[in-house]
Design a protein around this ligand. Sequence first.
Ligand SMILES: Cc1cc2nc3c(=O)[nH]c(=O)nc-3n(C[C@H](O)[C@H](O)[C@H](O)COP(=O)(O)OP(=O)(O)OC[C@H]3O[C@@H](n4cnc5c(N)ncnc54)[C@H](O)[C@@H]3O)c2cc1C
Length: 511
Amino acid sequence: MQQTAPKAIQHIAIVGGGSAGWMTAATLAKVLPKEFCKVTLIESPQIKTVSVGEASIPQIQLFNRILEIDENEFLQRTKATFKLGIEFHNFAREGDCYFHPFGSYGTNMDALPFHHFWLKQSQTGNTLDIENYSLAALAARQNKFQRPTNSGNSPLSSINYAFHFDAKLYADFLQDYAVKRGVQHIEANVTNVSLKADNGFIDSLFLNDGQKITADLYIDCSGFKGLLIEQVLKTGFEDWSHYLPCDSAVALACKNTLGLTPYTQAIAHQSGWRWRIPLQHRVGNGLVYASEFMQHQQASKLLQEEIEGQALADINSLKWTTGMRNKSWNKNCIAIGLSAGFLEPMESTGLHLIQSAIAKLMTLFPTKEFAQCDIDSYNAQTRKEFVNIRDFLILHYKATEREDSEFWRYCKNMQVPDSLHEKLTMYQETGRIFRQDNELFNETSWLAVMHGQGIKANRYHPLVDRLEPSEISRRLQHIEDVIKRSVATMPDHSHFINQCFSNNFCDIQSG
Ligand SMILES: Cc1cc2nc3c(=O)[nH]c(=O)nc-3n(C[C@H](O)[C@H](O)[C@H](O)COP(=O)(O)OP(=O)(O)OC[C@H]3O[C@@H](n4cnc5c(N)ncnc54)[C@H](O)[C@@H]3O)c2cc1C
């Protein structure tokens, strides 16, 4: 039997010109030749973008590589700094501090994860905190940074990093990239949408300048409201506020008075937490809070009191419902970015979820026939991803000894999903941590936050006992020394950024 030729998608319309819209447009422009598929991006000149997604995770390097973005140009255009992880304050107890680093702790030994040896050694009381076995944590604490070099077994070969950047400049940068490669950019409001009578698919978008846009595939990057996916297609939303009660933020940029730290700071307060993101030209600050426990005015006042330097703009207020759309892909519409859902900004996962949605779209790229199995697969993968990230975020609130406010008492005593409960029990009883379904956060991340927030493992891997305690001690000491010596050779973070603009000193893998 002869197969029908697939009906190729010839026109994709993206609604929204925030980070989600422009990241999607830039990738489509790179991957799809203009003659093969036209891409149109429509953004409202009146409706502002959220412009707060300024901290990333290392996966963004892959995104830049796919677009073949020159990293030094990217740093310059977006006023970026480097990021080696996140420093958490006051989460388990007021006054405590721990670091969630990128990269790994120590090195696996005799086919066992490093942390089991460290757990055994900790029981003797004869070891340092786990941070001392992370190059990223140690370098961050000393404000040092460099890209990885080709230096054999040295931990300098495997430095893992991300960026902090100006969200507005990032969107502008990607807009230039996409438009240069043929994306049609329309500044207008989508005011009406028509559906096909036979199957309820989106037929056309109507703009306030009189234009009608008809495409085969529609990407909804319109932000929290989900203009197409929710307001038109009524897809529904799964609300996770009971697990992650922070639903509001106030953001305010200020002058930098504390220097270019190569890490984000997350500082818990009585009803949420505050971020500090250092950029080359300013610091991004935001206070995240649960509106059930804190008033907007109180949050704004607290943020203004706590920022380190002169404010550079007015306060930007944001509000969301934590959770995800029941389906990110519904009929011929895919929601990418905040329209697909939002957890909360604690671990900088928003931009990554956009990147991952784009990757899934490419893998499951449809024809005009829109195979339901592709759509189901996309939605199932998206759900898994959100659920795994959700569990990791809940950990930051649940694993606390704080009882000093109604908010922290709620978090400490709340029910958590079974999936998280199982993970915590496994670690507490056996010291084991497994990365499920290729989830975003790996063993290092789970260990960093569990240990940082006071969760103790009662046992370690039994095969650790194959090594004599003196040998374990010797190896741990060696790893600690190597990391310390490597960090000592690293340049200062600001110095490294300056070098990136002046010559090729810091090219990746420059050795
Ligand atoms: C408080 C907070 C902090 C965050 N921090 C981080 C972080 O540190 N790291 C991270 O990775 N992520 C973070 N995020 C998430 C990140 O900001 C978003 O994922 C990212 O900015 C994408 O937003 P968006 O493009 O989906 O939506 P938006 O920025 O809201 O853009 C929506 C676009 O849709 C357009 N639009 C809306 N309606 C219409 C219409 N009718 N017609 C035409 N156009 C329309 C608007 O004009 C706009 O261009 C944070 C989010 C919040 C709320």
